[in-house]
Ligand binder design. Sequence first.
Ligand code: NAP
Length: 331
Amino acid sequence: MLDFQLALSQPEAHPSEGVYDLIVLGGGPAGLTAAIYAGRARIQTLVILGPLPGGQPANTEEVENFPGFPEGIGGADLARRFLAQAERFGARLIPASVTGVDLSIRPFIIRTDGATYRAHTLVIAMGAVPRRLGVPGEDRFFGRGVSTCATCDGFFYRDKRVVVVGGGDSAIIEGLYLTRFAREVIVVHRRDQLRATRIYQERAFANPRMRFLWDSVVEEILGEQTVTGVRVRHLKTGETSIIEADGVFVYIGMEPQTQLFVGQLELDEHGYIITDRRQRTSVPGVFAAGDIQDPFYRQLVVAASTGAIAAMEVEKYLELYPQSPQGSDRW
Ligand code: NAP
């Protein structure tokens, strides 16, 4: 986890308090941008940061496509800047995770392990987490041979051989990063074409340490005490084979963190929160931003922009319904 040096408030110190104008659920690029905008609008804002303060950039080695950094910027550095900027404009950031929400009463109720909070408006920006393969061996070796974070674990594979599963941007970017350590990175992809952006594909194909196993899926992660390889099946021939490897990095997409909102907010068939162009959800006063409501783009810059929109909509909403609006279905 990102070790940032901000004066974060301790949740236990404020077990019961007044009603916030806004609680932001999630401290990634979307949530922190919402907090920056809300803070500048003098909206009293609490951010419940969640398990990874700074969000996905905190676990990313290098960010190349965020405007304003022509040489790229370290993901952890960028995450730290987001946090500092939100604090600078007055948001209160707490290092806790949301454990419960009640959107049926107003002010809305948000619970963490240590406390209960209330707010007139919410911006839900809890993001998405890496999808898991669901094959034998994955759970057993997770965190000790199976990983979804090359930035965190790549270092352990110096001169070793690793398998990367997936063909999207994450798989290829993180696979390229792993070539700094591993002597060989084998990308196992279920089709014979990558989904990743062209520039990353070109770099991957040009990298002598990267190899590709097309039309193949991992069926099992093998090993006794440590990972020794994977069993893969070729989807066109049906043949199975074993690839020796010391580690497996899984990058097969993301799942939105919406379990707490089932039955409370409208979700789409994949579990993403449904929002309109103004980031409004099915409950007036509740907005959503970032990957939790974005099955398409999932880019840092897009997450940040939806966070900004959500905060501006919060501002309008609070102006129209300053005191805990009831029955505001005209909104
Ligand atoms: P993604 O684009 O959804 O790609 C997931 C990959 O995993 C696909 O290649 C998919 O195969 C494969 N896959 C899915 N389920 C699988 C399964 N059960 N078994 C085997 N393979 C499976 O996910 P992502 O790479 O995490 O990227 C998510 C979003 O973040 C994308 O929009 C991406 O552009 C963005 N992103 C951007 C950057 C950047 O710096 N620009 C970095 C990382 C991520 P198919 O191709 O056959 O569907």
